[in-house]
Design a protein around this ligand. Structure first.
Ligand code: ATP
Ligand code: MG
Length: 432
């Protein structure tokens, strides 16, 4: 009988060990920057009650209309959804635990999100977002600070130039007037609307502006612009944001077509875009969502945040050659089994006490085949806890990589008791 084969779910990827260093590097680099702006981590469950998203993201968005993995809990009939994004979940948690009572919050999260999309480069069904929410602060200073924080992350990661586009969605009354004008405009050109646009005409006409249909570009370009409907306050908000972003030396352009599908977004929206990833070039999106906290049952409080797509950021880093060195091992310890293996294991422990990453050869094998493993491990040094050496109270140390003036370029005997210190010094010399 043929053996049964198992494969992962379509559009959901394994992160293999050779990719671990870059994932860890990206998260750590971003989190270091987030910490330097006072952000703290929050973790919410991967499942939420579906209402959190239908209410929090909005009924007439791509996400809620067609991308959510929702199911009925067969135990109790609850309607549950695998989170397609995390802002709604964070706000749900903040409200539930009263985290905004008399204070503000700066929060970050990182983890898998789930959307039932057509898988392609840069677009998956399970993907990862690293994001942040600043809650209880009305801006635009905080909006600008988030942009500055992201610019700092791109620099720290070394992703090369990424374009910042910003726009404003104004206030609700302004959007309402613009919306009426949009509906009237599109009604007058109904024959040019595609199926998606017709469906959205009365539910979410703003989203029509976001169409990817080339046949509708002309129509959409000439549509009424929200910028022309902004009142005094919204204009002032945007110009203060522009002023702060400019004075930080960050280049941007205003893209009046940039919209977020969600109804509760107001004022600032932004995206960071690269031209190196084809169609999926947006590596990060964000904006202000002042009505959301109240919509999800909390006392009114403003909010602004962003989410970056980790897969896209990592792919961009690969494109520009910014992949960190993959070695996970500093030292490989070889031995002759038996008593020498026991000593090798103890020696490895003394090295780990000094923070050195050590692999001891598992089981028994010839020194030649252990050397092959040592080399393949990526370790900088081999330590020979072999019988003859141990009998003299020593171990041999040998550099495995060619470095100019590297210590232990030739195999050298050192007292067993000093081996850990010697290796630690040699590693420090390499990393200087
Ligand atoms: P898109 O227009 O590409 O579908 P979106 O507006 O749906 O993006 P957001 O909800 O704003 O995306 O999510 C923020 C970021 O998360 C995106 O800019 C992108 O980098 C990433 N992202 C979104 N959906 C996916 C996905 N299916 N696979 C991988 N990354 C994604
Ligand atoms: Mg999408």
């Amino acid at each position: 009988m043929a053996k049964e084969k198992f494969t992962g779910v379509k559009g959901m990827n394994d992160m293999l060990p050779q990719d671990a260093p870059i994932w860890q590097y990206v998260q750590k680099t971003c989190v270091d920057v987030l910490s330097s702006y006072g952000y703290q981590e929050i973790r919410t469950p991967i499942l939420e009650n579906t209402r959190v998203f239908t209410r929090g993201v909005g009924e007439v968005t791509d996400i809620v209309e067609k991308e959510m993995y929702s199911f009925t809990d067969s135990m109790n009939g609850d309607q549950l959804t695998l989170r397609p994004e995390c802002t709604s979940a964070v706000v749900r948690a903040v409200n539930e635990h009263n985290l905004l009572y008399g204070t503000t919050q700066r929060l970050w999260y990182c983890g898998p999100m789930f959307r039932h999309e057509r898988p392609q480069r840069g677009r998956y069904r399970q993907f990862h977002q690293l994001g942040a929410e600043a809650l209880g602060m009305a801006g635009p200073d905080i909006d600008a600070e988030i942009i500055m924080m992201l610019a700092r992350m791109w620099k720290a990661l070394g992703v090369g130039p990424v374009k910042l586009e910003m726009n404003t969605l104004g206030a609700q009354e302004e959007r309402q007037k613009h919306r009426e004008a949009l509906i009237a405009y599109f009604e007058a050109h109904k024959d040019q609307l595609d199926e998606d646009a017709l469906r959205r005409l009365y539910t979410n006409p703003l989203r029509i502006l976001d169409t990817k249909n080339p046949d509708m570009q002309g129509l959409v370009d000439a549509a009424p612009k929200l910028l022309d409907y902004l009142g005094e306050e919204s204009r002032a908000f945007l110009s203060r944001l522009e002023e702060l972003v400019s004075s930080a030396g960050i280049e941007y352009s205003i893209n009046p077509r940039l919209v977020r599908g969600l109804d509760y977004y107001n004022h600032t929206v932004f995206e960071w875009i690269t031209d190196k990833l084809g169609a999926q070039g947006t590596i990060c999106g964000g904006g202000r969502y002042d009505p959301l906290v109240e919509m999800l049952g909390g006392r009114p409080a403003p909010g602004v945040g962003f989410a970056m797509g980790m897969e896209r950021v990592i792919e961009l880093m690969r494109e520009v050659g910014q992949v960190p060195k993959a070695s996970q091992t500093d030292v490989y310890v070889l031995h002759h089994g038996g008593e020498s293996q026991a000593k090798a294991m103890l020696l490895a422990e003394t090295m780990r006490d000094r923070g050195i990453r050590v692999v001891t050869h598992p089981g028994e094998a010839s020194i030649k085949s252990q050397m092959k493993k040592a080399d393949a491990s990526g370790a900088e040094f081999a330590v020979f806890a072999t019988e003859d050496e141990l009998a003299q109270g020593t171990v041999g140390i040998k550099a495995l990589r060619a470095h100019e003036h590297a210590p232990f370029a030739e195999q050298t005997l050192v007292a067993t008791a000093e081996a850990a210190d010697k290796v630690a010094e040699a590693l420090a010399a390499l990393h200087r």
